[in-house]
Design a protein. Structure first.
Length: 326
């Protein structure tokens, strides 16, 4: 690591904050930039697989128990015809994401401003949907979302209600003293309609990237991490643990290599292998959206779909997935 003296990280969501924590623990100098003022909340349902989350907390020297809010005891998927299918929870939970983010970078060099200029040995684009450093990609794929901070629910049930033809879904995720009720789709009217009548104290909104962008991970001395390069499940929109994993992959490479081209080459290879299911699931999503349901390719994508749900903390048989998603 002799050549990389300073790493500047733009964006302190999960991917940027976790990477900053890991690099700092290793004694690698880094500076983090994020213009959001303390207390500002970036919309997110805060649901993840607590069993995988524990591992990342441990590596970041944090106590995961502090952040866990509600552990699912039932998971309901409702298809577009309204039919409910019950899945077994396998670690699905909500966390206090804001405390987790604050603790990851506590005591580190954080500036509440935009990163300007491109000096520094390496710049990390962890700016999520905006890809502020790397810039836009022509054939990107994003959906609109709205999320309400709503009343608490009595039960520990996590609910996903899918819209027709792969056009998004509505969710209810319970937290300790409130719940997140939201919806994502490419059609904002569908999102609004599905949330009509939901009591709320706050509404948050942003787009979500559902396409893996593993061929667009770098530009000059800048490298992307997390949602900026599409580490988000195309079928569930899960992005917290995938972005932590992506940051861990990059961290391990930065520990070993200091030449930007070699870093990018190795990183791209590892991303394509670790997230190969996202490439298949994105194709599945596109096929469902264009009505091409019964192709061999789609049937072949059901196993990655099951793997992806298990990663999110949901155990599902193939027959239940077909009933719920198609
Ligand atoms: C409504 C909604 C609900 C979701 N629910 C879930 C869920 O329940 N579970 C789950 O796993 N995933 C969920 N996701 C996805 C998940 O939130 C993201 O994929 C994940 O947080 C991505 O992390 P990130 O660090 O890459 O990006 P982000 O968390 O988006 O962080 C990017 C950061 O960059 C900052 N930034 C932007 N521009 C600049 C700039 N120019 N300079 C410096 N900083 C900048 C922003 O302020 C932000 O803090 C949801 C997404 C949405 C939109």
């Amino acid at each position: 690591m002799d050549c990389l003296r300073l790493i500047r990280i733009a964006g302190l969501g999960v991917s940027g904050s976790y990477l900053m924590n890991r690099l700092s623990q290793e004694g690698i100098e880094c500076e983090g930039y994020d213009p959001k003022p303390p207390g500002f909340v970036v919309p997110c349902g805060y649901a993840l697989n607590s069993r995988l989350f524990f591992r990342f907390c441990e590596m970041a020297s944090l106590d995961s128990e502090k952040y866990i809010q509600v552990i699912a005891d039932d998971v309901v998927f409702r298809n577009s015809a309204g039919k409910a299918v019950h899945f077994s929870p396998a670690g699905l939970a909500t966390i206090d994401k804001n405390s987790f983010l604050a603790d990851l970078v506590s005591g580190l060099k954080v500036k509440h401003t935009l990163l300007t200029g491109k000096d520094g040995d390496l710049i990390i684009d962890a700016t999520g949907i905006s890809r502020s450093v790397l810039g836009p990609v022509v054939d990107d794929f994003t959906m609109r979302t709205l999320e309400y901070v709503s009343d608490p629910t009595e039960e520990s049930t996590f609910t996903f209600s899918f819209f027709p033809s792969g056009s998004g879904y509505h969710w209810i995720f319970p937290l300790s003293s409130y719940s997140h009720v939201g919806a994502g789709s490419d059609d904002l009217d569908t999102v609004r309609e599905s949330l009509e009548g939901t009591p709320h104290s706050r509404i948050l909104s942003r787009n979500i990237r559902l396409k893996p962008l593993f061929d667009d991970i770098s530009s000059g001395r800048a490298i992307g991490v997390g949602e900026a390069i599409g580490t988000v499940s195309p079928i569930t929109g899960e992005g917290i643990v995938p972005s932590l994993e992506c940051a861990e992959i990059l961290f391990q490479i930065l520990k070993e290599k200091d030449e930007p081209e070699a870093i990018v080459r190795e990183y791209r290879e590892q991303l394509k292998s670790s997230y190969s299911r996202y490439i298949r699931l994105f194709d599945l999503l596109m096929n469902v959206r264009t009505g091409k349901l019964l192709s061999l390719k789609n049937i072949g994508a059901l196993s990655p779909a099951r793997e992806d749900l298990r990663y999110f903390g949901i155990e599902a048989s193939l027959t239940k997935i077909i009933a719920a998603l198609l």
